[in-house]
Design a protein around this ligand. Structure first.
Ligand code: FAD
Length: 295
């Protein structure tokens, strides 16, 4: 099917893009187009105008400064998967980016488009939630009057295809703390064989001091409306040595944190996905702590 007719504008800067959004009701930002164009072809989205931000160099790039990793929203999954800076600072994100879709999707799809779209089946919302990432958002009038505001991952994802981004706002970059030497992070997913979308995804960052877990952030995604933290699991890990038995006992508790809104579809039922959440979480912590290794 062809998309409904639409106008096209190329933004010359972030502020130009914000201005164009504000002046044109229903207009949509176009980044890599790998979520938006399929939606338009299926007529699930019919924006009257697309505002192409693809040429905005100020929204690209990866840097590490003062213990902080910053990634421009237009940075592609392939650029993240190729980056030594990301590998060293946040190996969990580097590995997850490599596991997205196929080369075409990774070459065009952007980190900003991925999270702004907030498809529950994608990987990066879960990974960025456990990394405690911050989302830098540009609008006309921000909290500080300068037009920009910062939202934490726990507050950014609101539900399926719904984020804290306002109608006339643009996500410009994502920032996260560089992992410390005593922090271990991993993302594990049961991938859909045709697309690599997450049937179930699980992310974890554990801090280990003197063989004891002193802090933990875990989240699951792929089958829930938004990345879902596992406070029961986190509490059960902290204060314990991360042995196989302790990890298995803690990850089994994820069902307490899931609520009742798990999704199922023709590929996998909600019950199956819920059961797999504990397995993928255990898998992630085993890899993070060296109890299991990739081939
Ligand atoms: C075949 C296929 C397989 C895939 N497999 C996976 C997978 O395994 N794992 C995974 O995580 N994802 C997967 N994806 C999703 C892919 O990662 C996303 O489609 C892609 O990253 C979206 O980014 P984009 O730049 O193409 O966004 P676009 O399609 O251009 O935009 C998506 C939405 O976000 C908005 N938007 C984009 N950028 C911004 C911004 N900076 N500020 C505000 N709003 C913005 C747009 O207006 C639009 O509503 C797959 C997609 C396809 C087509």
């Amino acid at each position: 099917m062809f998309a409904k007719q639409f106008d096209y504008k190329k933004a010359s800067s972030v502020s130009d893009a914000v201005q164009l959004l504000s002046n044109n009701d229903g207009a949509k930002i176009l980044a890599g187009g790998h979520s938006l164009i399929p939606m338009m072809k299926l007529r699930l989205a019919q924006p009257p105008m697309l505002i192409d931000i693809g040429g905005l160099e100020e929204m690209r790039g990866i840097s590490v400064e003062n213990g902080n990793l910053r990634i421009g929203a237009l940075t592609t999954h392939a650029e993240i998967a190729d980056s030594h800076d990301v590998k060293d600072a946040a190996g969990i994100l580097w590995e997850a980016a490599y596991g997205i879709g196929d080369p075409q999707v990774r070459n065009r799809g952007t980190i900003g488009g991925n999270v702004a779209h907030a498809d529950p089946a994608t990987d990066l919302p879960t990974v960025l939630t456990v990394m405690d990432a911050k989302f830098v958002i540009q609008g006309q009038k921000g909290m500080l009057g300068g037009g920009s505001r910062v939202v934490s991952a726990d507050e950014f994802f609101l539900g399926p295809y719904e984020t804290a981004l306002g109608e006339n706002e643009i996500l410009t970059s994502i920032e996260m703390p560089v992992l410390a030497a005593n922090q271990h992070a991993e993302y594990a997913k049961m991938a859909h064989p045709a697309t690599s979308f997450a049937v179930v995804g699980a992310g974890v960052v554990v801090t280990v001091d003197d063989s004891t877990c002193t802090a933990a952030r875990v989240a699951v995604g792929g089958f829930v409306p938004k990345p879902t933290r596992g406070p029961s699991v986190e509490q059960a890990l902290v204060g314990k040595e991360l042995t196989a038995e302790n990890i298995a006992a803690a990850t089994d508790l994820i069902e307490n944190d899931l609520g009742s809104d798990a999704f199922g579809d023709i590929f996998a039922s909600a019950e199956y996905r819920q059961a797999m959440a504990a397995i993928e979480l255990k898998h992630a912590i085993f890899h993070a702590t060296g109890l299991a290794h990739h081939e």
